[in-house]
Design a binder for this molecule. Structure first.
Ligand code: TRP
Length: 358
């Protein structure tokens, strides 16, 4: 048992479970159902790609059943304007399919089109307390980042909504970054309490595991903590080779001509080396050695070159998909139909457990 406030211990336990699952994926992925997704706020960048998308495709290709949620209701957890949501969803779908999420093998769907999923939120809310919701560190960080003092009701409760995203399809595997661990823990608690309180002890909902990836965090090209489109410090998947080169040429570096891989002391240089390493499948130290004392200019050219080479097939596929938005929304409608059938079946069982059959 881990004490609820001992985040360190629960992170360690989550890491251990995650390590175990990675080895299971290699030997026998049957019985694993992955559910993961993104907020649709526009097109994706290489931080998303190297950090999570590529990993999802690997899991899909390894034979893990794959469900991907386009979390449209989550867009309004930390902002007041929803913006061009259809355009954002289209961009996200384009990136998903371009990187290799295969609609033949994966179900891609949106919150807003799956009513029965959303309805699960009501019984789930009955299983959590206000202090539990209020101490979620990721929610607190999002409130602070949004620069607001009052917590919106949806921001406070979206981890419960996210539990519905995962549990409606009995997802048992959630590949996420560490910031999402509190939400997975909350989901496990909800599953456990539902089973005890409403399902008479039957293990109806699984307690899902987080799958933590080894992927590095890609920093913004301006040396900021994270790549983020609003800061303009990104390389977007949809950029062409020239734009990519221009962006990388403008990246912040330092004056030392000798290139070394030192993430602590030289984060900006290390970040370019990480990008080059991820794109080429080589070690960052090796790339640094090769460049030697030829300076940041050479490093930038090399990085842009290998990145463009790596992304060329993704971008070619992206351009093709852009010409056919009708197809993209067809894929989404098919995914929504699959998700609706699943959610309705789950909700029917939930109603039965709760005696709400009239
Ligand atoms: N909260 C996730 C993010 O911001 C997106 C998301 C929504 C999600 N529902 C999910 C991730 C369910 C995993 C499982 O990136």
């Amino acid at each position: 048992m881990t004490a609820p406030n001992d985040t360190r211990t629960s992170y360690d336990t989550a890491q251990q479970r995650s390590d175990r699952i990675w080895s299971q994926i290699g030997s026998d992925p049957s019985g694993l159902r992955m559910l993961t997704g993104d907020r649709p706020t526009g097109a994706l960048h290489i931080g998303h790609y190297f950090g999570s998308l590529r990993n999802r495709v690997r899991l899909q290709d390894a034979g893990v059943e794959t469900w991907v949620i386009v979390a449209d209701y989550q867009v309004i957890t930390d902002r007041e304007v929803i913006g061009d949501i259809r355009g954002s969803v289209r961009e996200l779908l384009t990136d998903y399919l371009a990187v290799g999420i295969d609609p033949e093998r994966s179900t891609i769907f949106t919150h807003s089109a799956v009513p029965a999923l959303n309805q699960l939120m009501l019984p789930f809310l009955s299983l959590v307390t206000q202090p539990e919701l209020e101490r979620n560190p990721t929610v607190k960080a999002e409130l602070a980042a949004a620069g607001k003092s009052a917590m919106g009701g949806l921001l406070l409760t979206y981890p419960v909504h996210q539990a519905a995203d995962i549990l409606f399809c009995h997802g048992n595997l959630v590949p996420v970054g560490r910031d999402q661990l509190p939400h997975i823990e909350q989901t496990r608690v909800i599953a456990r309490r539902f089973n005890e309180r409403y399902a008479g002890g039957e293990a109806f909902f699984p307690e899902p595991d987080a799958l933590l990836s080894e992927a590095p965090t890609i920093l913004g090209l301006d040396g900021e903590h994270k790549m983020s489109k609003s800061r303009g410090n990104t390389v977007m998947l949809r950029m062409d080779a020239d734009e990519t080169l221009k962006k990388i040429k403008k990246a912040k570096t330092d004056a030392d001509r000798r290139i070394t891989y030192d993430p602590e002391g030289r984060p900006e240089v290390a970040n370019l080396l990480t990008i080059a390493a991820e794109a080429s499948g080589r070690a960052p130290e090796e790339i640094a050695e090769e460049i030697g004392d030829r300076g940041a200019g050479t490093l930038k050219l090399r990085t842009a070159e290998v990145l463009n080479e790596h992304l060329a097939p993704v971008r070619a596929r992206r351009a093709e998909l852009e010409r056919d938005p009708g197809y993209l929304f067809e894929v989404l409608r098919a995914g929504n139909a699959t998700a609706n059938a699943e959610a309705e079946a789950t909700l029917a069982k939930v109603r039965e457990f709760m005696g709400m059959v009239y």
